[in-house]
Design a protein around this ligand. Structure first.
Ligand code: SF4
Ligand code: SF4
Length: 367
């Protein structure tokens, strides 16, 4: 009598850990001839872009520090023009200005670069999913280096159990919801009053001061986040970053996604094991999750020719160099447009900085 065929459904796994035990535990794992895929340069390209943006942020941060020091010392240090790119670190101001622009059609003259950068990152998220997180964001880059360091030291990372992982992932949406709720209730005049208040005008200086003068609570919180990130992959990005939550929601309507061809796939599960977002890539036909950051780690590790690709509408393959080009075009195009039209720099007079910068810590959030 013939053996009974396995009846277990196989397209779903209770957890990524379970998926990672494949193929030995997978009842329908079939042996297929492997047509080996040529190695690509995707990770070299992505990591180069990451380093370029990290260096760009360090350059902007250093210049902004010297700009602030000039006013703090009453003009005793060298004056360096304020780098408007610092407003990329003011996402709430960017969101407010974007709403103001939508309501009035006028480009705000205080922190306009924050609005343009936010628009560029949202555009990139629509065109290349959540690539902002794994290609551009310096926090994402540092986070990635931390968990990779942890994996080197301990031989593995330590994912949260599923019962904890799911509610924790919701935290970033709660934080995003709070900010969206706060901004959604503001009219254009409310936004102008907030941005033009002393607090709003030097919000960038206050942010710098927060990191320069970390109190005990801030230092402990930062230390816990850094150490935990060595053990848990992308701890900040996965659980806490509202910016990541926003770009992830935009990515849900992106025409670009990872697609798996089950005929070419040899069911090795290497893609699921490599995915930093812990997605069960090997069981999906296309990855629609808001957690996918277009890091292409799954594509890089996949040994089977044509089994896994990043594709755009119509299933056209999108190579890593195309993602890098797209990011560069949208980012440089947006910044270039803002500069050429005279909307890049904040119209805050020198006299205002002389008065406000030294007293920045004293300004309270407007009610
Ligand atoms: S599915 Fe692939 S591209 Fe998306 S996060 Fe996972 S490894 Fe990166
Ligand atoms: S898509 Fe590639 S890496 Fe993933 S299971 Fe199939 S062959 Fe393996």
């Amino acid at each position: 009598m013939a053996d009974t065929a396995p009846t277990e459904p196989v397209a779903w796994y209770a957890s990524v850990e379970q998926a990672r035990r494949l193929p030995a535990s997978r009842p329908d794992a079939r042996r297929k001839a492997l047509v080996r895929r040529q190695p690509d340069q995707a990770q070299l390209i992505r990591r180069t872009v990451q380093v370029v943006f990290l260096l760009l942020n360090l350059w902007i941060g250093t210049r902004f520090y010297f700009f602030v020091r000039f006013y703090e010392t009453g003009g005793q240090t060298v004056w360096i023009p304020r780098p408007a790119g610092i407003e990329g670190w003011l996402p709430i101001a960017g969101l407010m200005n974007l709403k103001s622009f939508a309501l009035t059609g006028l480009v705000p003259d205080v922190h306009p670069a924050g609005m343009f950068l936010l628009a560029a990152f949202l555009g990139i998220s629509w065109l290349a999913r959540k690539a902002f997180c794994s290609w551009l964001c310096p926090v994402g880059t540092l986070s990635e280096w931390l968990w990779q360091g942890g994996r080197e030291i301990f031989g593995r990372n330590f994912p949260a159990p599923r019962w904890l992982d799911i509610p924790l992932r919701g935290l970033k949406y709660v934080l995003l919801g709070f900010f969206v709720w706060a901004v959604s209730g503001m009219s254009a005049s409310d936004i102008a009053a907030f941005i033009r208040s002393p607090y709003g005008l030097v919000a960038d200086v206050k942010m710098l001061n927060f990191f320069r003068h970390l109190g005990e609570a801030g230092a402990i919180t930062l230390g816990v986040l850094v150490v935990s990130s060595v053990f848990v992959q992308n701890l900040w990005c996965r659980y806490l970053c509202p910016y990541g939550a926003l770009v992830g929601l935009v990515a849900l309507v992106s025409p670009v996604r990872i697609r798996r061809d089950p005929d070419a796939c040899i069911d090795c599960a290497k893609c699921a094991k490599a995915c930093p977002s812990l997605l069960p890539v090997d069981t999906l036909l296309s990855v629609k999750s808001a957690e996918c950051t277009t890091c292409l780690e799954c594509v890089t590790i996949c040994p089977a020719q044509g089994a896994l690709r990043l594709t755009a509408t119509g299933r056209r393959a999108v190579p890593a160099w195309a993602v890098a080009t797209l990011i560069a075009v949208v980012f440089l195009g947006t910044v270039g447009y803002a500069k050429l039209t005279g909307h890049w720099n904040s119209a805050i007079p020198d006299a205002a900085y002389r008065e406000l910068v030294p007293a920045a810590d004293a300004f309270e959030h407007p009610r």
